[in-house]
Design a protein around this ligand. Structure first.
Ligand code: ATP
Length: 472
């Protein structure tokens, strides 16, 4: 930042608090302008560039949330970090402010050390924000409404230091979202350290996190590596109970005792977590500690599965193909329209990671620079994702149209010959009809039971019966 003295906007109508904050800021070499109401805050924000804003919640003509909202609506070159002062113990308001885009909160009576930390964070955030803003769109790709809303949400919560729990199916982008939160936040110049809890043997977790004996390779541990930055626990539900206890204590006490040196290590870490399974279920089943749950689940971010944002598939496909070509230094392969369509009708239980795998395999094995549906190996029956319990998507064919005729002939030996049909669609419809007829036969014509057998909903079965002219 330039050498000029930073300037903050303090929105409060209580003279005592205004004085306390102004004096603290002065000692930190920050100037303060005071606004006594929401209206005055709006006016000042429109007139002048501030470096950050600190607002009380109770104001004569409204509340602090309105100030937070007004700041979110400012043009990009006037954007600034904002924090709120809440009544003692009022966590609901604090969380509402964080969700609206506040980066932090301090509760009354105002603790001076906490206030100073908050100001330092605000200044760091202000320095990094333009850089982060530019890089962001290149990371979390997609133009669907769901992804656009998610990007706005990520941008807001990145400014705070609050723990965020990210939920989503396998491969849907939880870790990427965590990275985006880190990259856009005040800790962006420090480490982002992911811990893949499900893949690390239980007995190795403790030394890996908290450090091992001094002579070992991992004397310092990942908590220390991430100090000052962000620690992301992927599949946090897989953390063994004893590690949950240790982690809880380290987060609460903002420190722990090093196994290597026996000294007390002070921790300043933002904790982000991710899970495929709903955390509440794990707490209810007694597998996850409720006190740790409350500590890490201050803000929840849900990543929608890829099949709920099919309109993003063409763009994602293009970008993945571009990345593959830049990694292999070859020319970028293009996906034909039928390949994109085939991908859009698939349910992607493995989400983005599965899309990447399908494309990588097709590029490796493909012979031309254009990928057709026949080049894509898409599983015929997609397993139902474990964490949603949803059925196969109602509108996808029982067998995706991208499955090559050869694959089907191999799967149904002796039953069909591709030359019996004019088009692949006719061929697939005949298989669909066959599958439905056989399910209805086995269930004595009971449509509910047949739908169950086919792994689709009753509504979907009715739709298919109509489409295939199979209704009596
Ligand atoms: N919106 C997106 N734009 C571009 N790439 C994405 C997007 N979402 C996910 N990816 C890519 O998809 C792959 C899987 O994403 P990521 O590892 O973040 O998923 P995850 O939900 O953490 O998976 P897991 O449940 O297995 O831990 C990564 O290569 C990631 O970069």
């Amino acid at each position: 930042m330039a050498d000029r003295q930073p300037i903050a906007l303090v929105v409060d109508d209580e003279p005592d608090i205004c004085n306390l904050i102004s004096m603290t800021l002065q000692r930190m070499d920050v100037r303060a302008d005071i606004a006594m109401s929401v209206a005055e805050a709006r006016r000042r924000l429109a007139e002048k560039h501030y470096d950050f804003c600190l607002t009380d919640m109770r104001l004569p003509d409204g509340d602090g949330l309105q100030v937070v909202e007004a700041i979110q609506e400012l043009p990009a070159d006037r954007a600034l970090p904002v924090a709120v002062i809440t009544a003692h113990g009022n966590m609901d308001t604090a969380i509402a402010a964080l969700k609206l885009g506040a980066f932090d909160f301090v509760s009354k009576p105002v603790n001076l050390e906490r206030l100073r930390n908050l100001v330092q964070l605000a200044l760091r955030l202000n320095e990094g924000r333009f850089l982060a803003r530019q890089e962001f769109p290149a990371l979390f790709q997609g133009q669907s409404d769901a992804i656009q809303a998610l990007r706005v949400q990520i941008e807001k919560i990145a400014r705070s230091d609050a723990p965020v729990h990210i939920t989503g199916e396998a491969g849907s982008g939880k870790e990427l979202a965590a990275r985006c939160i880190h990259d856009q936040g005040p800790r962006c110049n420090r480490a982002f350290v992911p811990v893949h809890c499900a893949t690390i043997p239980a007995e190795q977790l403790e030394p890996l996190l908290f450090g091992g004996p001094i002579q070992s390779e991992r004397a310092s541990g990942l908590l220390q590596t991430a100090n000052g930055g962000t620690l992301y626990f992927d599949d946090v539900t897989e953390l063994p109970q004893d590690i949950q206890v240790k982690l809880l204590r380290a987060i609460q006490e903002k420190g722990f005792r090093s196994a290597a040196t026996g000294e007390n290590i002070k921790l300043d870490i933002r904790i982000l977590t991710g899970s495929r399974k709903p955390l509440t279920d794990e707490v209810r089943a007694g597998r996850f500690r409720s006190d740790l749950y409350y500590l890490i689940n201050v803000i929840e971010l849900a990543i929608p599965p890829l099949r709920e944002r099919r309109e993003d598939i063409p763009l994602l496909t293009r970008n993945v193909l571009r990345r593959i070509s830049s990694e292999s230094r070859g020319a970028a392969a293009k996906a034909s329209q039928d390949a994109v369509l085939a991908l859009q009708t698939y349910s992607f239980p493995g989400n983005l990671r599965e899309l990447e795998n399908i494309l990588e395999r097709a590029v490796t094995l493909g012979e031309s620079s254009t990928l057709y549906a026949r080049d894509l190996v898409i599983p015929a029956a997609s397993p139902i994702p474990c964490n949603t319990g949803t059925r196969q998507n109602d509108l996808s064919p029982l067998i995706p149209p991208s499955v090559s005729t050869g694959t089907l002939l191999a799967a149904y030996p002796g039953q069909f010959s591709s030359s019996d049909f004019e088009t692949l669609d006719d061929f697939l419809q005949s298989i669909e009809r066959e599958a439905i007829e056989s399910a209805l036969g086995e269930t004595g014509g009971n449509k509910t039971a047949a739908a169950e057998k086919l792994g689709i909903s009753f509504r979907s079965l009715r739709y298919r019966l109509k489409k295939l002219n199979m209704e009596e």
